[in-house]
Design a binder for this molecule. Sequence first.
Ligand SMILES: Cc1ncc(COP(=O)(O)O)c(C=O)c1O
Length: 296
Amino acid sequence: MSLVPFDDRDGWIWLDGQFVPWREAKVHVLTHGLHYASSVFEGERMYGGEIFKLTEHTERLFKSAEILDFEIPYTVAEIDEACKATAAKNGLKDCYVRPIAWRGSEMIGVSAQQSKIHVAIAVWEWPSYFDPATKAKGIRLTWAKYQRPDPKTAPIAAKAAGLYMICTISKHAAEKDGYADAMMLDYRGYVAEATGANVFFVKDGVLHTPKPDCFLDGITRRTVIDLAKAKGIEVVERHIQKEELATFTECFIVGTAAEVTPVSEVGEFKFTPAKLSLDLMDTYAALVRGEAMATA
Ligand SMILES: Cc1ncc(COP(=O)(O)O)c(C=O)c1O
């Protein structure tokens, strides 16, 4: 796979209120966000010129910053407009959108009360998070060695950079063993989520999904719950034991990047993507493109 580095591309990045040429959107090595992960971000997708649930994403960005004890120096409406303007400036209508806010380099100790808050927005083409050829057949996941932390030990409701450290380590280990991703348990041993997406299971036509009490309650997760309910499908949000996976017939993961991706395997447990997963995958794909919501 030929890799085009993310710092060596053509285009424009919105940085602190201005468009700068892509290659010039840099930070100093003594940046608090780099040293202490004082950074929050969003992952959004634009479909046919519209960013799906843009304001919900922007509001979550602001909430994440507030949880990390900093204030983004713009309004939600300004960041919404900047996201749209960045896509337009780069001539893209179908793309991934990455806003990020971080503490700057005024202070480099743990305390950073006087640090300036910076915001950047980049967009790029990113058609599919997982290999499209295997998506409908279901991707293979293994178990992650790390568990989602206790809310008493980390700001779990924030989409904060620091929370991704265990995700990257887990995903790397999974990929080294030939898997597409890793499923994480939580600090109590319940099934939590994949490294960048929430999870659903199917049993007897009912959807079961872990209660998001120690990980991100994703925007896609909530959308899929609404879609399923609109189709008359029962959705149960509860704690799910690892051993229970043997009783489910279908599994899929959901997230802005992953969209709805069927899963064929989580470690020792096997699933067959079938009607419910594939139908929700198609309905979600139609919804984000502004097409009529099909009801099964
Ligand atoms: C760890 C994690 N969980 C869940 C999600 C799904 O969130 P959303 O549907 O809001 O993209 C993401 C993606 O942002 C994520 O990184």
